[in-house]
Design a protein around this ligand. Structure first.
Ligand code: SF4
Ligand code: SF4
Ligand code: SF4
Length: 589
């Protein structure tokens, strides 16, 4: 449980927000703890989008990276160089130099810019678009986008641009072209980069995220600005901005080039799910889909220091970095004075020695781990019944409190073991009502039982005011039991109970003995109650049931129920006497 990259800690209170936001059905799994439910993450289904970290207001979601391991290995003298994402400077301008200077002082060998890898990425994309006609493809700079397609949309695998990410292109270049054999630590904003590292373990070894790195440096007071050395690269520095890749493509293909920029955790995956048919056709209106998991791109990646209002400042900073990376030299791909074709010529010249195949990658169909089992009609029925959902209406409440859009989705989640019926508020409410009913209602007649009577007395005492107390006792019960059997006796009791409940309300009628009922009425006038008693008797006579009833009434109840009860009892026996006189029955029956 919770062994994956992103995990739930002990702060989880089972609010289900993470279930609701998750684009990967079954990645967030509910289970019952003694006091409340909680959620764990199934790492096979989790695509590392980080939406649940954003949405959890209880600080119950966290993630693993390699920061601690990196520092441990560095202190042991491991040769490690850094691959630094361009978002670092833009997003954390204050910490940037201090942190990197500290790492240099601790023995990091080299500081290498990932933006050079982004430039290689642009070069490879343009080659595939221009030379192989790979248009209408989905960008693969974001590992979460790739993971989503691999897990949930294998039909789109053929539409992914088969180019390594900027981080991997950079690592490939530095290893192959510069012969660097140090271990590489990627300093970046992305939790899910670990997936790429696991795919190419020989290229990059550590994923160090900005927040955990900054926290570590602050914790040990390691800042050292003097040791920082600047980094250099082209327009790839703009990749972390939303539409950064599109910006690079247009730089070489012209501003009118149709590149669709699409980003945002929930939005992006909804679009993919909705439009997958259009996306798989060959006739695409766009040269490229520049797709990123995070709405603000890597500037506000999945691993970031929260809510510090840096979004606009970061975007402005990355725009400045972009402007500064332009160069007016005639042989530079980044010269604004040159035409698009001339820039592309320069870019191709810059990377002429590279073999594009070294920068390409493949993708895997991982949808088998995300399979969903759909219940048969009988199985669905059984699950709904276990949720106390017997009617169609109750199966379409769709309140989403469980985290799913519909009750049907919840039923499917239960069928797959992703959730339990206890997480359905309707089910729990019905269960509570049922248990309450069981403990306060009489099983034979459905009216209130003695427990309910005791409870009623407590609330009555607090209220005071007008109180009418009726005692009703079935006439001729023993005779019916002896002569016609217990079913006949039960009928008399049930008819009496139902007549009283229909007239006075079930919550006011208490079965306190075998054939004895108490009716407690508050805020009713005496005349009204007497008239209702006549109606009850009249109705019961029509179904051949006779009942003796006695009423005691007070305008100001002072809590003395015994006196009231004695008075009602007395009246009831007077009534019974008249029944005996009239029928000539033995008074003991
Ligand atoms: S959002 Fe998820 S992890 Fe956070 S408290 Fe709610 S159920 Fe737990
Ligand atoms: S990181 Fe994304 S896919 Fe994984 S559990 Fe959280 S919301 Fe779901
Ligand atoms: S009624 Fe229950 S199953 Fe339906 S959406 Fe609400 S919590 Fe989920």
């Amino acid at each position: 449980m919770n062994t994956g990259l992103i995990f739930t800690n002990e702060n989880c209170i089972g609010c289900n927000k993470c279930v609701r936001i998750c684009c990967s059905f079954g990645a967030s799994v509910s289970y019952n703890r003694p006091d409340h439910s909680s959620i764990f993450i199934n790492p096979e289904r989790c695509i590392g989008c980080g939406a649940c970290i954003d949405v959890c207001t209880h600080g119950a979601r966290n993630y693993h990276d390699d920061t601690e391991q990196f520092f441990a290995d560095l202190s042991k003298g491991e040769a490690i160089s850094l691959l630094i994402a361009p978002a670092f400077e833009a997003r954390y301008p204050k910490e940037y130099k201090k942190v990197l200077g500290a790492l240099k002082a601790l023995g990091v060998r080299r500081m290498l810019p990932v933006s050079l890898g982004a430039d290689i990425c642009t070069w490879a994309y343009l080659k595939l678009i221009n030379e192989k006609g790979y248009t209408g493809r989905i960008s693969t700079t974001c590992p979460v986008v790739v993971s989503f397609v691999e897990h949930w949309m294998p039909k789109l695998l053929q539409k992914l641009m088969p180019v390594k990410s900027p981080m991997m292109c950079a690592a490939q270049y530095f290893r192959q072209e510069l012969g660097i054999t140090d271990k590489f630590a990627f300093v970046g904003p992305c939790i899910a980069k670990r997936a790429e590292m696991d795919k190419y373990p020989e290229l990059v070894q550590y994923n160090i995220t900005f927040p955990k790195l900054i926290e570590y440096v602050n914790r040990y007071g390691l800042g050292n600005e003097e040791r920082f050395e600047g980094l250099d690269a082209g327009l790839g520095t703009f990749y972390p901005a939303p539409g950064g890749l599109a910006d690079n493509i247009k730089w070489f293909m012209g501003d009118d080039t149709p590149v669709r920029v699409i980003s945002g955790k929930t939005y992006l995956y909804q679009r993919f799910r909705k439009n997958w048919k259009k996306l798989t056709t060959d006739n695409q209106p766009f040269v490229l889909y520049d797709a990123l998991n995070c709405r603000e791109g890597c500037l506000e990646g999945t691993a970031r220091i929260e809510d510090d209002g840096r979004e606009d400042r970061s975007f402005s900073a990355i725009s400045d970095i972009r402007a500064n990376s332009k160069c007016s030299s005639a042989d530079s791909p980044w010269s604004p004075e040159l035409s698009c074709a001339e820039r592309l010529e320069n870019l191709n010249r810059q990377f002429a020695s590279l073999d594009i195949n070294d920068y390409l990658t493949g993708f895997e169909d991982k949808s088998a781990v995300c399979r969903i089992s759909y219940p048969t009609n009988e199985e669905a029925e059984a699950i709904f019944l276990s949720m106390h959902k017997e009617t169609e209406h109750s199966r379409e409440i769709n309140c989403s409190a469980c985290g799913y859009n519909t009750c049907r989705d919840m039923m499917i989640a239960i069928h797959n073991g992703f959730n339990t019926r206890h997480n359905c508020v309707y089910s729990e409410k019905e269960e509570t009502l049922f248990l309450t009913k069981m403990s306060f209602s009489d099983t034979l007649t459905g009216v209130m039982n003695r427990n309910a009577y005791e409870r009623k007395l407590k609330t009555m005492f607090a209220r005071g005011g007008q109180v009418g107390l009726i005692i009703a006792d079935v006439n001729g019960l023993k005779q019916a039991n002896d002569n016609e059997g217990h079913a006949a006796g039960d009928r008399l009791i049930i008819e009496t109970a139902h007549a009283l409940a229909n007239e006075f309300g079930v919550e006011c009628v208490f079965r306190t003995g075998g054939d004895e009922f108490l009716v407690i009425l508050q805020d009713f006038g005496k005349a009204e109650i007497e008239s209702d008693i006549s109606l009850v008797k009249e109705y019961l006579a029509s179904v051949n049931v006779s009942v003796a009833m006695g009423l005691a009434f007070t305008e100001h109840f002072d809590g003395d129920i015994d006196t009231l009860r004695e008075a009602a009892d007395k009246k009831m026996y007077e009534d019974k006497e008249s029944y005996y006189r009239m029928t000539g029955n033995n008074r003991r029956i």
